[in-house]
Write a protein that binds this ligand. Structure first.
Ligand code: FMN
Length: 217
């Protein structure tokens, strides 16, 4: 079973995190899930309560998020944001890859500058120092020069910066297809198999992704 760290921070786009957790566990990954306080706020606002109420307590939000979106045959372990005793905090754990999705400008900056003040930052730090796969699905627009320079810094250090910037050449008709496009690209870089997106030019035509059929599209 492939061990993957999934960090969720306080950028808009909690739907990307939900689809990533769903796809990683569906692919049989053993997911270590760590959500920042702002990440829990955004999950609560965008997904669980859909803007209807003030956010609930962060730990409850994270548990509800995990139980709603994690499925078999993989597993999910919720990791505390301050838990630097978690295996992902050390290069001695052999976790091959981490995805931070969505990745805020704040977390991007922390990884770019190696400040490692929480488990998400530290796991990013570890992936870079161990030359393992780190995918950052950033979300902010427009970008300041600070964002751009931080993206350049982490790219030079080996990270894959993947702005949440979905393509439309698959002619999506539903939000889920747009979300799946981004998550599918991230899973490609993590080396996790999936059927989230139709691949350009395969069989000479664009075909709907398997997930569309399952969802009755
Ligand atoms: C609803 C909401 C949406 C936000 N969207 C973004 C965003 O898209 N990108 C971003 O960089 N920050 C965004 N922020 C601000 C971050 O949450 C804030 O900078 C926070 O300190 C990030 O901390 P974290 O990286 O530990 O999650 C948003 C905040 C809220 C409450």
């Amino acid at each position: 079973m492939k061990r993957i760290f999934l960090g969720v921070t306080g950028a808009s786009g909690a739907a990307y995190a939900a689809a990533a957790l769903q796809a990683l566990t569906a692919a049989g990954c053993d997911v270590g899930l760590c959500v920042s306080r702002a990440g829990a706020h955004v999950i609560s606002h965008e997904l669980l309560l859909a803007g209807r109420e003030a956010p609930k307590d962060p730990d409850g939000v994270i548990r509800e998020f995990a139980s709603r979106y994690a499925g078999g045959p993989g597993t999910v372990t919720i990791l505390g944001l301050e838990d630097l005793t978690a295996p992902f905090a050390s290069g001695s754990s052999l976790a091959p890859a981490a995805l931070i999705c969505p990745c805020s400008g704040s977390t991007l900056a922390a990884i770019a500058h190696g400040t490692a003040r929480n488990l998400i930052h530290r796991c990013g730090d570890v992936m870079l120092k161990e030359r393992r796969t780190l995918v950052l699905m950033t979300r902010e627009t427009p970008l300041s020069l600070i964002h751009i320079e931080n993206m350049a810094a982490v790219t030079r250090a080996g990270a894959i910066v993947m702005p949440a910037s979905p393509g439309f050449y698959n002619i999506p008709t539903r939000v889920e297809q747009i979300v799946d496009f981004m998550v599918g690209k991230a899973l490609d870089h993590l080396g996790v198999p999936h059927e989230l997106l139709a691949r350009w030019g395969e069989d000479g035509q664009m075909i709907p992704a398997a997930s569309d059929t399952e969802r009755g599209a």
